[in-house]
Structures are given as structure tokens and as C-alpha cells.
Design a protein around this ligand. Structure first.
Ligand code: ASP
Ligand code: MG
Length: 410
């Protein structure tokens, strides 16, 4: 069998009929080269946001099963239109919903994880010479209910399919020409990164680089799926994401990322006894809320404050759960702050060079930006700051590390 190539087109690449026709042309071109092609598409433009807005006009916390039923429809529109556009070019294509494509997930609505893919239907369509178009972001659980994989989940669909079908690579087409040293909308001098490791990219994505969904990168790393991120309409080499190929003992900052979609919660004056953090973070874990930065600061007389951050879309739910736990553990109360943002630097090994952290904090200090929380891993250093200074922070740090000069091309 010829190589299978999986390509994913994001919402902006299929935002209108004209773009769908252009994408169809590109796909047919690729098929003519003799490849077997599986396409994953997102919903058109902001379709998913519009669907969520409608649900929220009815309820602030709609049933998650029904929400999945609703938001999975966006992709059903784009796959059908793309299949029609390919037919119009005289080529064979068939669209499949997540269920039809055999994508089985667990039952965690709105954040489901793929557990298996039954490939028969896809494989036989490919054998019949058809281009297979799969709805991104959705699957089906053991009860036969439609699930979704979390916002941006079409990337995960694409990588999961590439891994399962043994594809030689997965091409992610988007509205930017690859992964950049910082968001080019804020930093016009940001440069394209030609090659990046899974580890670095996973950090960048989970720290706010919007170009790819972090879960998709984790999956690609586990199955060694080579990823190429490219622009749908502008030619160029894009960014290759793969295993790090050299073991250089030279630690460099690869990029600056930022995230405004965060909120901070402080549990005030909790007793300093074993088991408190366990109770709090277990309750949040039970509902799949990812907690990011955590800081515990101690007062005198056996009293602590515990502060942590979560994604803003989990904020209300996290506040509600934290309140309940706070009452049970005898805390004084909680404070919630949505006006925070996180700026991070990423690069393999950067925390083993203390000068790098110092330079980052120095760049913020020179701008008079106050650091509220700090967290690090081997690959990243993140600072929580006030959200109204986030662009200044990214700019200052990008400049501090000369990212507009060193490294890769535009
Ligand atoms: N349409 C979904 C979203 O907007 C999935 C995706 O685009 O990857 O989140
Ligand atoms: Mg997307």
C-alpha cells in the first residue's frame, strides 16, 4: 500500500466556501501524486464558538452530553462540504463522522480521550481509491453517545489517526506558516522555528501557543508521529515537530508563549496539617480540571494560603468546587482573580542555566511588571502577571533573549 498521509485543516482554512474549494484543490493535487489521503477538518471558522454561544443563552452550565451533541455538528458541516468540493473536481471522496470513522473515546463529555480506533471503514474506503474525510474533535463512547475531545481537539483526531493508520507523517494546515518564537500578532519580528522537539512543542502548546493542541503533541510523541505545521494557503516549509536529534549541552530559549485564558484562585488561611492539598486537588482532579501553578505560602501559627491557576473555561467550576472543599477543611474563604495571565519561556534544559531565569525576571523588572507566581519545569519558566501587561511582558522577554535575531528564518 502506498504511504498514508494524514492532513488536518483548521477552522480558518475552511472558513468559507471559497476556502473549502481551495483546500479541495490542494488535496486532489496530493492524491494525484499517488498517496492515500486521510483528511481531518475542523468546523468552519468560528462555528464552534457560535454553537457554544447559543447553548449559553439557554444555560450557563448546559448538560455536557447535549453540549457535545451540539458542538460536534460544526465538523459535520465542513466534512460534507469538503467532500462535495472534491467530488466537483472529479475525484472520489467520502466523509465520516467520528463514529463512522470508528473513533471510540471514554465517556468524559467535552474532554473525552480516544481509546481505540476501528479502522475498517477508513481502510476499505482508501482501498476503493477514495479520499477519506473525517470530522475532527469528535468520537463516540461505549454508550453510543457523541463525545468531543476538548477545544482544538481536531489536532488530536489527526494525530490519533496518523498513529493508528501507520501514516508516515501528519500535516497540520493552519493560518500561520508554522510555529514562531512568539505570537507574530504581538511580536512582528518573531521568527519561524524550522525544527522543534516534541517536548519543547508540548510545553509551548500547553503554555498558550495556539498553533497546536498540546494533547495532540503528547500523542504524537508517544507514537512517534512526525508532524509538519504549515500554512494552508502560503507556500513554505513550515515547522517540523519530531524527536530531538542532537544532545547539545547548550540550552537556549526557543520561544516565548503567553496565555490569558487563566484564572487564579486563592484558598485563604487553611490549617497547616497533612492532607489539605490532597483533598483540594483530588476534588478538582475528579472533574478533570487541570491545575497549573500552585503556590503555598505560610503565615505564622500553622496557617497557610494555597493559590493555584486553572484555565478560564474551568474557572467557575473550579471556584465552586474549591468553595466546597474550603468549607470542609476549615479555611477562611477563597478569592478568585480572573485578571491574570501567564508568560513563559521554553527550551530544553533551560532551567539548568540559572542565568536564564535571572534574565527573564530582569526583563520583567525593567518594565516594572510585577510577578505574582512562578513555576518551572526542566523545559520552561512561567510567570503569572497582571493580564493588562501581558503584551509588554512578551515583547520585553522576546527582546531579552534576542529571539528576533538568532535562530531560524522568517
Ligand atoms: N472545532 C473545534 C474547536 O473549535 C475543534 C477544532 O477546531 O480543533 O475547538
Ligand atoms: Mg483549532
Amino acid at each position: 500500500m502506498n504511504d498514508i498521509i494524514v492532513q488536518k485543516y483548521g477552522g480558518s482554512s475552511v472558513a468559507n466556501i471559497d476556502k473549502i474549494k481551495k483546500v479541495a484543490k490542494k488535496i486532489v493535487q496530493k492524491a494525484k501524486e499517488g498517496n492515500k489521503i486521510v483528511i481531518v477538518v475542523s468546523a468552519m471558522g468560528n462555528a464552534t464558538d457560535e454553537l457554544i454561544k447559543m447553548a449559553q443563552k439557554i444555560s450557563r452550565s448546559p448538560s455536557e452530553r447535549e453540549l457535545d451533541m451540539l458542538i460536534s455538528t460544526g465538523e459535520q458541516v465542513s466534512i460534507a462540504l469538503l467532500a462535495m468540493a472534491i467530488h466537483a473536481l472529479g475525484w472520489k471522496a467520502i466523509s465520516f463522522t467520528g463514529m463512522q470513522a470508528g473513533i471510540i473515546t471514554n465517556a468524559v463529555h467535552t474532554k473525552a480521550k480516544v481509546t481505540t480506533i476501528n479502522q475498517e471503514k477508513i481502510k476499505s474506503a482508501l482501498e476503493e481509491g477514495k479520499i477519506v474525510i473525517v470530522a475532527g474533535f469528535q468520537g463516540i463512547d461505549a454508550n453510543g453517545d457523541i463525545t468531543t475531545l476538548g477545544r482544538g481537539g481536531s489536532d488530536t483526531t489527526a494525530i490519533a489517526l496518523a498513529a493508528q493508520l501507520g501514516a508516515s507523517r501528519c500535516e497540520i494546515y493552519t493560518d500561520v506558516s508554522g510555529v514562531y518564537t512568539a505570537d507574530p500578532r504581538i511580536i512582528p519580528s518573531a521568527r519561524r522555528i524550522a525544527n522543534i522537539s516534541y517536548d519543547e512543542m508540548a510545553e509551548m502548546a500547553s503554555l498558550g501557543a495556539k498553533v497546536m493542541h498540546y494533547r495532540a503533541i503528547d500523542l504524537a510523541r508517544n507514537y512517534k508521529v512526525k508532524i509538519i505545521v504549515k500554512s494552508s494557503f502560503t507556500p513554505g516549509e513550515g515547522t517540523v515537530i519530531k524527536e530531538a536529534d542532537t544532545m547539545l549541552e547548550k540550552f537556549v530559549v526557543r520561544g516565548v508563549t503567553h496565555e490569558t485564558n487563566v484564572g487564579k484562585i486563592v484558598v485563604q488561611e487553611v490549617p497547616d496539617v497533612p492532607g489539605i492539598a490532597f483533598k483540594l486537588f483530588k476534588a478538582l482532579a475528579e472533574v478533570e480540571i487541570i491545575v497549573d501553578m500552585i503556590i503555598q505560602s505560610s503565615h505564622h501559627n500553622k496557617i497557610n494560603d494555597i493559590a493555584f491557576t486553572v484555565a478560564l473555561n474551568d474557572f467557575d467550576k473550579a471556584i465552586q468546587i474549591t468553595k466546597q472543599v474550603a468549607e470542609k477543611i476549615g479555611a477562611k474563604g477563597i478569592i478568585s482573580e480572573p485578571e491574570v495571565a501567564k508568560v513563559s519561556i521554553v527550551g530544553a534544559g533551560i532551567t539548568s542555566d540559572p542565568a536564564i531565569a535571572a534574565s527573564m525576571f530582569g526583563a520583567l523588572a525593567k518594565e516594572g511588571i510585577n510577578i505574582d507566581m512562578i513555576s518551572t519545569s526542566g523545559l520552561r519558566i512561567s510567570c503569572l502577571i497582571n493580564s493588562n501587561r501581558i503584551e509588554d511582558a512578551v515583547r520585553a522577554i522576546h527582546k531579552e533573549f534576542n529571539l528576533d535575531k538568532v535562530g531560524e528564518e522568517k
